[in-house]
Ligand binder design. Sequence first.
Ligand SMILES: O=C[C@H](O)COP(=O)(O)O
Length: 249
Amino acid sequence: MARKKIIAGNWKMNMTPSQAVALVNELKPLVATEEADVVFCVPAIDIIPAMEAAKGSNIVIGAENMYFEEKGAYTGEIAPEMLTDAGVKYVIIGHSERREYFGESDEDVNKKVLKAFEHGITPIICCGETLAQREQGVTMDFVRMQIKIAFQNVTADQAKTAVIAYEPIWAIGTGKTATTEQAQEVCAGIRACIAEIYDEATAEAIRIQYGGSVNPATAPELFAQPDIDGGLVGGASLKADFGKIVNWK
Ligand SMILES: O=C[C@H](O)COP(=O)(O)O
């Protein structure tokens, strides 16, 4: 069975609430498609206005982060129920920027993934190597470790619905897209890792995105690869380019 593509924008720390509404209104007609699920992962304060603006379109609003506790004294954090109550269906977990700047560990990522599933939110689970790791030839070892820890205690039925985003850190925001071969190779390796943890059916069902300087020129070849089921797009998701990426064919 063919997997439906999923193309998600990650706005990162950009767009005020009023800018968010304007951007959703601008992109709405450009991202209309039935070929792919289109998700805008936006800053927490933009979720509700972006969702209002997206009404009647195919855009699904997601979050960029979530905490793994239910509620309580965790100043500045966002609880899973805050997201579900607002209608959020997807949440990015373990982006390399969260890992690097906010000290998120693989164990934190696993706790967040479990919590997201508990609340019926689909996690977009990020993984990816540094330039040093690629040069040392340990890319797949490193990514496999990230995946194996992220999926601890996740059931096969849950895993089937998850999204994994492979984002080589050296390609994020640098304008340096991984080559199609590099991206396909790691995404295939991730699928093989899921097959080892679970089974072939789970590996066939799970959707794996590539992220890292995706743009309208690189998207068509990347998305044509057998193991790349879409993209997680940063910079280019903040402009009309996103419409071209979503309609890559
Ligand atoms: O989550 C998105 C990635 O970090 C990619 O960002 P970028 O497209 O700006 O390189």
